[in-house]
Design a binder for this molecule. Structure first.
Ligand SMILES: Cc1cc2nc3c(=O)[nH]c(=O)nc-3n(C[C@H](O)[C@H](O)[C@H](O)COP(=O)(O)OP(=O)(O)OC[C@H]3O[C@@H](n4cnc5c(N)ncnc54)[C@H](O)[C@@H]3O)c2cc1C
Length: 434
């Protein structure tokens, strides 16, 4: 079986490596091998164990997470599920290292990597897929294969070529900041999440530690995208002195899918990861899901390629069975928890409940909907009522209502300056800020 995989980041590389390992002839296409994917780089440990990722790529293990509400209310949580285990932590990586590692793994397994851009594809009456690509330098070629995997991220050209309308995307923007050693010490094993209209009207702002810097970011819906940079400044303003002396080394931005395609299979083409909108609401987590989808797509092709016409649709059925209810739940949670400062305060208050923490980390660490016992339900209901009463009787005022007053024009200038001095690498950060 000949397979073309478009997109040589995590999802595409896992699919390519797995297919090559079972004897398929795999061509892995990447339009820009030098590009760093803008990303917070927070992953559960099972990414390492499940996909054979070498532990040397781990930058930090964060065992504490702090959620900070609009009023400055603060809940510090140990990263721990219902049963405490040695590897209960959030791993922090940089994407350039993770992506390169997975790409090399796929190549070592036998996949052929080519720096080329996917342009379009067609399927002929015999079921062969004809893929038009352009190499660096402009030469175009049509490659022929038995199947195509689209792992080309948000705004997927493969999905477009399948006739899909674009998925709605959020804007995510991030700065990498080097901190003085004392300031860095604070973030050594701790990740911060900030909630409030001043840092994002839709999601949350984050500070994630790496070995030699922190990544400070935020995301918002498209209608607020022209204030992305102001929200990012909002996160830094809230962090205050903790970022004193910080020096920016990178400004980056990228769209984040905000919806899923229910249909992931089009003839002999399968969509994987962000290309299919596989990003969890609430957290914006997509790394594990893209890798898991890459593996599932490879398994489906390997097991069912020669079967009846619609056998490949097993891929979307298996995906839905494994993760559908988790995504549905997180979608509802996001709608409720991040809408308005009052809801966010309630959310922070609820995070102070041991049961909520354990169930959250069970789901995050094990990637399964946590089993909720009647006792859990009862305790969470009681705590929910208590939190609602507390917030109703003693409503908390936000420290800051709105992001710093940065106009879209100022944001654009900041981004242009960052591009000029080489600290901005992605043209889409520019688009987000403007
Ligand atoms: C700012 C930000 C922070 C995030 N933080 C986190 C986090 O902390 N944890 C987490 O789990 N998730 C996070 N995510 C989400 C995560 O980055 C994505 O879900 C994940 O990268 C999806 O992987 P992918 O392989 O499907 O797509 P991508 O990583 O986007 O890779 C797609 C690849 O396809 C290539 N490509 C695109 N078009 C073509 C074409 N036409 N031809 C050839 N190649 C093409 C691209 O160059 C790219 O290499 C974050 C996202 C953003 C934007």
């Amino acid at each position: 079986m000949d397979v073309i995989v478009v997109g040589a980041n995590i999802g595409g590389s896992v699919a390519a490596g797995d297919l090559a390992a079972v004897g398929a002839k795999v061509t892995l296409l990447e339009r820009d091998l030098g590009r760093k994917k803008p990303c917070g780089g927070a992953i559960p440990p099972r990414v390492i164990s499940e996909f054979g990722v070498p532990t040397r790529i781990i930058e930090r293990k964060t065992r504490r997470a702090v959620v900070i509400g609009p009023s400055g209310s603060r809940v510090e949580m140990d990263v721990r599920g219902t049963m405490a285990r040695e590897d209960d932590y959030i791993i922090m990586v940089t994407r350039e290292v993770l992506d390169r590692t997975m790409r090399e793994k796929a190549q070592e397994g036998g996949a052929e990597l080519r720096e080329a851009t996917f342009l379009s594809h067609e399927e002929d009456a015999q079921g062969k897929v004809h893929v038009k690509v352009r190499y660096k330098g402009g030469r175009e070629e049509t490659l022929v294969a038995d199947a195509l995997i689209g792992a080309d991220g948000a705004g997927s050209a493969v999905a477009k070529s399948c006739g899909r309308p674009a998925i709605k995307h959020a804007s995510a923007i991030q700065e990498r900041l080097v901190l003085p050693p004392d300031a860095m010490k604070y973030y050594e094993d701790l990740a911060e999440l900030y909630l409030g209209d001043d840092v994002s009207p839709d999601f949350y702002g984050w500070i994630f530690p790496k070995s030699d810097h922190v990544a400070v970011g935020t995301g918002c819906r498209p209608e607020h995208a022209n204030r992305s940079y102001a929200f990012l400044e909002g996160v830094k303003r809230r962090a205050g002195d903790k970022l004193h002396g910080a020096k920016r080394i990178l400004l980056e931005g990228h769209p984040l899918p905000m919806a899923r395609y229910k249909k992931l299979v089009y003839g002999r083409t399968l969509l994987v990861g962000d290309a299919g909108g596989m990003v969890a609401h609430t957290s914006g987590e997509g790394i594990y899901f893209s890798m898991a989808a890459g593996r599932l797509a490879a398994q489906t092709l390997h097991s069912h390629f020669g079967d009846a016409k619609f056998a490949l649709s097993r891929y979307e059925k298996s995906w839905q069975k494994r993760y559908g209810s988790m995504f549905d739940f997180l979608e509802v949670l996001e709608k409720y928890s991040y809408r308005g400062n009052k809801n966010r305060e309630f959310f922070v208050d609820m995070c102070d409940t041991r049961e909520v923490q354990e169930l959250t980390f069970d789901s995050y660490l094990f990637k399964e909907m946590a089993k909720v016992t009647p006792a859990h339900h009862a305790r969470m209901a009681i705590n929910g009522v208590k939190a609602a009463l507390r917030n109703w009787m003693n409503p908390k005022s936000p420290l800051l209502d709105s992001p710093p007053q940065i106009t879209a024009k100022q944001a654009l200038n900041i981004t242009r300056m960052a591009i000029a001095d080489g600290t901005a690498v992605d043209e889409r950060a520019y688009a987000n800020a403007g």
